[in-house]
Ligand binder design. Structure first.
Ligand code: HEC
Length: 182
């Protein structure tokens, strides 16, 4: 960038303007979140993860006409590789985010009705898949599947317990203790 008067003036104004925004906008400058607020945020996230767990196991009938749910082929979200998205998906013929592939499996593989791409159900599906891959290395755009889908059982969903196949290793199966540990 050429050093002209305009750039120098902008360089001086921008930080001052930013500081002004921080001070005048309560959303940007506020007290650190307290424990209760942080706990509430975490609770809301886990609620979404749990909603995703339900959907993963066929709680929404419109997402399948075959009697199969995600959990039958992707137990504990195995083989979905959320940490590798966005990436080129041959099935879609383009670089796609995870949610497009979720809807692809719903409509093509399960013969169901795709989810609203920005709706709370889709967000919950993503929350669940990412939560199960917590700690995995992000390998954006990885082209090949790292782990193939792994059919566990016919029928909707799979037994309501950790299968041991995915990243939860069947131990602390669900994020909210006591939830769905049937
Ligand atoms: C009948 C088995 C089956 C079911 C049920 C199923 N899938 Fe899949 N899924 C597959 C197969 C097979 C692929 C690989 C497709 C390919 O690579 O062309 C796949 C691929 C994916 C991928 C892309 C993974 C990657 O790294 O490319 C995602 C994400 C995914 N499925 C999510 C889901 C979700 C969410 C559901 C439930 C709504 C679901 N799948 C239901 C078999 C299934």
């Amino acid at each position: 960038m050429k050093l002209n008067t305009k750039n120098v003036v902008m360089g001086l104004i921008a930080p001052v303007a930013l500081l002004g925004m921080l001070v005048s906008n309560p959303a940007l400058a506020r007290e650190p979140y307290d424990k209760a607020e942080l706990a509430d945020m975490q609770k809301q996230l886990l609620e979404s993860v749990n909603q995703g767990y339900e959907l993963w196991h066929g709680s929404k009938a419109t997402t399948t006409t075959l009697g199969l749910a995600c959990g039958n082929c992707h137990p504990d979200a195995a083989g979905t590789n959320p940490q590798t998205f966005p990436k080129f998906q041959a099935d879609l013929g383009k670089v796609a985010p995870l949610r497009d592939m979720i809807n692809w499996c719903i409509s093509v593989v399960q013969g169901g009705e795709a989810l609203d791409i920005d709706g709370p159900d889709m967000i919950a599906m993503e929350a669940y898949a990412f939560n199960m891959h917590r700690g995995q290395k992000i390998e954006l755009g990885l082209q090949t599947r790292q782990t193939p889908p792994d059919l566990v059982k016919d029928g909707r969903g799979y037994p309501w317990k950790g299968s041991g196949v995915g990243y939860d290793k069947g131990s602390k199966a669900y994020p909210v203790p006591g939830h769905h540990q049937k």
